[in-house]
Design a protein. Structure first.
Length: 558
């Protein structure tokens, strides 16, 4: 296949360590280990999609088996081994996709193959991509060989889901975490690729591609390929066209939206949002970008215009900085919480567009609520100030009649003591007048005092063993609330002014009141089924079934 006909992601796939971007530390470590003849038994590369896990695995295989050695490794004119590995057809380098070969039998075949030495190179190398897809049995079968392989065997694993790999496997490998590619490096790389392809793309369009790719080189190249193919030949790919192609909109529209929210201009807000929606922007994309602007509004004073991952240009940066001065931190945090809640609501709302519009309208009222709170606080301060003036006037008046009040205070205190004694005696009399002579009295008392929870427990989960004066003995019931005894004891002391003893007994108590009612109902149902009246009905309606029995009081004739 002609290299010029390949997609950009394959055409510019790194073939040597020098071609790699963003993984300098990892490259130095691997090269030094090979030079010092301390290459590990197994490499484990992990990271997000498109940062070069499988690519670096092949480059490591070339470095180990290059005919020129690690010091003079092939860079342009590849030796036979390097060329065969690049084309995935080297007899001693086996590439295996764990997503399609997950079983223990596949691993057993691999182990059996490892018994034989390399044919034309120094090492026999097994590259297993998406290794986390292997089954548990497959991992277990691999453990012994992985820990003590022959000197001529090297394993190279690649995965995006490191947490799914058993720790016993991870501990037998030398792990390398490939980081996301920095925005500046990725931007520079895309500029170079665009020049090599004789393409025309503005820096703003390339920055948007960098942002969407989220540090993935493969995603960035795929987006660039799509953008260059979508434009008319000889015309530059600008930001507006890139936004339209990739389904993104101009951030300045969101900033304008925030200004209108602060000013409370509902109609204009809906007009701007509907324009954004008509551009083909998905509601979830809108919400995520909204969260991004919220983040910048909250933290803009801690950022600089040249260090914001190409998300904002200089003009947008200054506009957000000015707008952040009009919003306090509390409002921004509430906005963030409402936005997250709306993002979760989108999955359950049929028309997501309407949900977004209601969300924007609610934000207007949140800003208004803040202003209302400030007004209430200021009014409260005025009231406090007036009340202080009144208190000062009262102090002056009281000082004038202080002497007259001293003689009267004694009489008032004496009257209070007498009245308190009378009230306490009345309360004691009322408490002593409450008598509980039976279990049913206790239930009635709970109902009368609106203690519905205690009444429910007594009726449904209490199996009574013995009821005596100020003593209640019940059998243990797992369904009984754990705080039942404590709460009932406190209420009985409050109602009767006496301490009650509530104890659990090993003796099996009576059925609970609700169980007794069910049993009575069942007996009545059986009795009615055996009655002559029901028998006569059964003869006329043979398929009739008696499900429930209720007694209804008939109306008495005058």
């Amino acid at each position: 296949m002609n290299k010029n006909n390949k997609v950009l992601a394959l055409k510019y796939r790194p073939q040597t360590f020098k071609d790699l971007i963003g993984q300098k530390t990892i490259v130095e470590t691997i090269v030094n280990s090979i030079k010092n003849d301390k290459a590990p038994n197994a490499y484990l590369f992990t990271g997000i999609r498109g940062v070069g896990k499988t690519t670096i695995a092949r480059i490591v295989a070339k470095s180990l088996n290059c005919l020129n050695g690690i010091d003079n490794i092939c860079e342009e004119n590849f030796c036979d081994n390097c060329l065969s590995i690049s084309n995935s057809r080297h007899i001693d380098v086996l590439e295996m996709d764990a997503a399609s070969k997950t079983g223990v039998d596949d691993v057993r075949d691999l182990i059996e193959f490892s018994r034989y030495g390399p044919s034309s190179s120094k090492y026999k190398i097994f590259i297993i991509d998406e290794v986390h897809m292997l089954s548990k049995q497959a991992f277990n079968a691999l453990l012994k060989t992985l820990e003590e392989p022959p000197d001529y065997i090297k394993f190279i694993f690649a995965t995006t889901e490191i947490k799914k790999i058993p720790i016993t496997v991870v501990s037998r490998c030398q792990r390398f975490d490939l980081s996301r590619i920095k925005s500046s490096e990725l931007f520079q790389f895309l500029q170079e690729v665009t020049k090599k392809e004789n393409g025309l793309a503005s820096d703003e369009a390339l920055k948007l591609i960098v942002k969407i790719s989220e540090g993935s080189v493969r995603d960035a190249l795929s987006l660039l390929d799509r953008g260059l193919l979508s434009k008319t030949e000889g015309k530059e790919l600008d930001l507006k066209q890139a936004q339209k192609i990739f389904g993104y909109f101009d951030k300045s529209q969101l900033i304008d939206l925030f200004k209108l929210i602060v000013e409370g201009r509902q109609n204009e807000i809906l007009v701007i949002y509907r324009k954004i929606y008509d551009q083909g922007v998905e509601p979830k994309v809108f919400i995520n970008d909204f969260l991004e602007i919220l983040y910048y509004l909250k933290n803009i004073n801690h950022l600089s215009s040249d260090n914001n991952n190409f998300d904002l240009n200089d003009r947008e940066f200054e506009e957000i900085k000015n707008l952040s001065n009009k919003l306090d931190n509390k409002t921004l945090i509430i906005f963030w919480q409402f936005t997250i809640k709306t993002l979760n609501e989108l999955d359950v709302v049929a028309n997501q567009n309407l949900s977004i519009e209601m969300f924007l309208i609610r934000l207007i009222y949140l800003v208004g609520l803040k202003d209302l709170n400030e007004k209430v606080v200021s009014d409260r301060d005025k009231i406090d100030l007036n009340s202080k003036k009144e208190d000062n006037e009262k102090i002056v008046r009281n000082s004038q009649i202080e002497k007259k009040a001293i003689s009267q205070m004694k009489n008032v205190a004496q009257q209070k003591e007498v009245s308190n004694k009378i009230i306490n005696n009345e309360n004691k009399i009322q408490k002593k007048d409450i008598k509980i002579n039976s279990f049913n009295d206790l239930i009635y008392l709970c109902s009368n005092h609106k203690e519905i929870k205690l009444k429910y427990e007594l009726e449904n989960h209490v199996n009574l063993v013995k009821f005596e004066k100020e003593r209640l003995e019940i059998s243990f019931n797992e369904k009984l609330d754990k705080n039942f005894v404590k709460e009932l004891s406190a209420k009985l002391l409050e109602w009767t002014n006496q301490r009650w003893i509530i104890s659990f007994s090993k003796t099996e108590g009576n059925y609970s009141i609700k169980e007794q009612e069910k049993m009575k109902q069942k007996d009545k149902l059986i009795e009615f089924k055996n009655s002559k009246f029901f028998g006569d009905i059964k003869k006329k309606f043979t398929d009739i079934e008696l499900v429930e029995f209720k007694e209804i009081d008939g109306e008495k004739d005058d």
